[in-house]
Design a protein around this ligand. Structure first.
Ligand code: GLN
Length: 487
């Protein structure tokens, strides 16, 4: 059995044959992770012993109950800001370097119940703040398509893991695009659900009104299967919604004839790489050929999205990160004479430059005298963005744009220019601000052999339609190219 096979195949094979075991798949995934990690730096921890044990347990349970569960003993990689009992949860930060949560995030507990086998924790930008993975305290992740390039961020380790075929699926997190953006740059599928669709219990908080766990996969069906397994109301997260979870994987193959795809032409102009534009425009043609209707939509406030996002996300981060004070857990500076010195030294040594920048920005926009000018104003514009989308969705079922303005860029190219880095989120961060679901799907390669992603965003709780539309595209235009590093 090839461990790189998508879950969908594995399920069929599992029901056909008793010879394909979770143990077999898991040990191959572990071997691949250990072999490729020196080149990719995608994993911060590989849990060989725990994963093999879980796989064995799965196999014996399966033999006893005589039936595979939906995830069928599939190896999964988890971003290091999602709590897995007993494994580290550094969030890519020195301040949590030695933190081992004593509990599973709800998504993890559900993943295990469905037969997912966790093989390790993946590298990410510190506290998920970044678009290139270069903000990790443990070194940048490298893109499997070209190890001189970034994989995108902040869930770059999970994206690189799936792109390199180490695991067929992985979990990441999204605050402003951190699953869709690296998925696009690594040539895989990346999905962010409606806010409230997946419990945030056990996801380390960055911007609580924006954060969601997201899913990476090699195909839409696998993503849908994982979503079914982990979505739904959770008493441990008051923001998780009590909305029924349809069988997204079952309904994928529905005809899309007559579906309406909205295209905001104004977003296809300035700042967008020419090759990316052309590939995404061909994706629009594919939808036309599939019988969808393409309509123009307008999102007039989109040009403010980056500014609004970087006010709200930093404000919420400055508040959430106040808990890392060296008192209860994580790093504690030793040589401090007073309590406030201890706070100061701990935070000074524990946080990296980007996290400090965000805490300062966030504290500033919330401070007396600036609150009205920045934070309140940003919330008002956020409401206008919600209105833009509500209106646009009156005439379409999903909105299609590029996922990123460019293909993967060289390591170091934007590290000295935070604004240039922030602009990577231009197409993705609105979905987080508005709370709607989004998916990035590979739509071709550039002349330099780098993947290009197109994005679809849908209505609140419109995952079913969104996944159907994405699936229809990938069936019509399968993306079969492999990154060099996985071979
Ligand atoms: N790149 C964005 C940021 O730096 C988004 C991060 C994320 O989605 N976690 O904040």
């Amino acid at each position: 059995m090839n461990p790189d096979r998508p879950i969908a195949d594995a399920q069929e094979l599992l029901s056909d044959s008793q010879n394909i075991t979770a143990l077999d798949r898991t040990s191959r995934a572990l071997d691949a992770a250990e072999r490729l990690n020196p080149a990719l730096n995608a994993f911060l921890q590989i849990d060989r012993a725990g994963a093999l044990r879980a796989a064995q347990e799965y196999d014996s349970r399966n033999a006893r109950d005589n039936g595979a569960t939906s995830l069928a003993g599939t190896p999964v990689a988890i971003k290091d800001n999602i709590c897995v009992r007993g494994l580290q949860a550094s969030c890519g930060s020195h301040i949590l370097e030695n933190y081992h949560p004593p509990y599973d995030a709800t998504a993890i507990a559900r993943l295990r119940r469905a037969g997912g086998i966790i093989i390790g924790k993946t590298n990410c930008d510190e506290f998920a703040m970044g678009s290139s993975n270069e903000n990790s305290a443990f070194g940048a992740v490298r893109n499997p398509w070209n190890t001189e390039l970034v994989p995108g961020g902040s869930s770059g380790g999970s994206a690189a893991t799936v792109a390199a075929r180490i695991t067929p699926v992985a979990l990441g997190s999204e605050t402003g695009g951190s699953v869709r953006q690296p998925a696009a740059l690594c040539g895989i599928v990346g999905f962010k659900p409606t806010y409230g669709r997946i419990s945030r219990y056990g996801l380390v908080a960055f911007g609580s009104s924006l954060d969601q766990i997201g899913i990476f996969g090699l195909n839409v069906k696998d993503v849908a299967n994982v979503l079914v397994a982990i979505a739904g109301r959770d008493e441990l997260d008051a923001t998780s919604a009590d909305v029924p979870v349809p069988d997204y994987a079952e309904s994928l193959t529905k005809e899309i004839t007559g579906a309406r795809i909205g295209v905001p032409r104004a977003l296809f102009g300035e700042g967008l790489d020419e090759e990316v534009r052309r590939k995404v425009e061909s994706a629009i043609d594919v939808y036309r050929d599939l019988g969808a209707e393409v309509v123009d939509v307008e999102l007039p406030h989109s040009r403010y999205a980056i500014a609004v996002y970087y006010i709200i996300a930093t404000a919420e981060a400055s508040s959430n990160l106040a808990r890392y004070d060296g008192v209860r857990y994580g790093l504690r500076a030793e040589e401090a004479a007073t309590l406030s010195d201890m706070y100061r030294h701990t935070r000074e040594h524990g946080f990296g430059a980007e996290v400090k920048r965000r805490i300062m920005l966030g504290t500033y926009v919330l401070s007396s005298g600036y609150y009205e000018a920045y934070y309140r104003k940003a919330q008002q514009v956020r409401q206008l963005l919600r209105e833009d989308f509500r209106r646009a969705f009156e005439s379409c079922d999903a909105i299609l744009t590029p996922t990123t303005p460019t293909t993967a860029f060289p390591l170091g190219a934007k590290t000295d220019d935070p604004l240039a880095m922030y602009l990577n989120d231009i197409y993705t961060c609105t979905a987080n601000l508005v709370g709607i679901p989004g998916i990035s799907v590979p739509c071709g390669l550039s002349s330099e052999n780098l993947p290009i992603g197109m994005q679809l965003v849908g209505k609140h709780w419109g995952e079913e339609t969104l996944l159907q539309l994405a699936h229809a595209y990938t069936e019509a235009q399968p993306f079969t190219e492999l990154p060099p590093v996985s071979t």
